[in-house]
Design a protein around this ligand. Sequence first.
Ligand code: GLY
Length: 359
Amino acid sequence: MIHVTDVEPPGGSPYPVLCGNDLVAGLGTIWKPTWRRVALVADETTAALFGTDATGAMTALGAAVVSVVFPSGEASKTRATKEQIEDALLDAALDRTSCVVAVGGGVVLDVAGFVAATYMRGIDHVNVATTLLAQVDAAVGGKTAINVPRGKNLVGAFHHPRAVLLHTGALDALPDVELRNGLAEIVKHAVIADAALFDAVEQWAPVRASLRPPDDVVGRAVRVKTAIVARDDRDRGVRELLNFGHTVAHAIEHATDHAVPHGHAVAMGMVVEARVAVRAGAFPSADLERIVALFGTLGLPSVPTCTFGDARPFLGRDKKTEHGTLRCALPVGIGSAEADDHGRWARAVTDDELSQAWL
Ligand code: GLY
């Protein structure tokens, strides 16, 4: 496992991010001897793939391990799953010195992290991210949440993990659609803050042997996020930038009843939102063309699969809407973004601007 970075959140303790193929070595590196009782939280897919290795490693490190497994998929990100995990932790007598080890993609990490945030008013947790999307997004930054009938991620907490393992060996077993979900977020990180990362993806994409990006690309994308989180872990300032593409993406996902995978919707959203900026004279059209070309090479879409009219009812329901005004994070070119005079990293956009940029 290579050391990617240490996250230094203003509202939490520093924690390491490691990346590589060796889950057992990774757990050994980050382990704390106080974690005598541990809950391994996984979905059915990740429990089958990684449960034995993870349990064996933690048992060898001296921990008593209870496994909590639930069905794979977004439908499990519920209050009921949170209760199931909490009851298992209580039955296994986990206490304040215990640790939750979450192994999986965003759903597992979000719900397990939320349990850790509230169990006994907060215990340690470790994120072992096994999807590309979770590795470059959910695993770092301390956002935890569940979905409720009224919307996604509406109940949750900020609770940073004690360590993050990006199990990139797991990516070989990941379907291409999942890899594309993560690649869209990598491109997003490149556009908002790292022109050299954009160059690297641009060079790799046409000659790639598969959609699994090199570990150094994953690590570099993660460092974009951790640098932002180090400045703003509570979503009050520069962290808004991570929402580039997402105002539109969330509306497309809702309007299509989630038939469009998240990363594909983010790619469409980035293009629409960047086009708003191009039309406002605030983003070079040549940079937008590079983004569209890169998405083409990666097999990601650039054109929304629903009309603006279909998406419009869902645009206002986004958490980023303020007093009814739509807001979009808008970089000023590939690799750079600037706050406005009020220190905001997203700006109000009108219906007209979005509909004209929709194409
Ligand atoms: N996924 C966006 C964030 O962590 O802020």
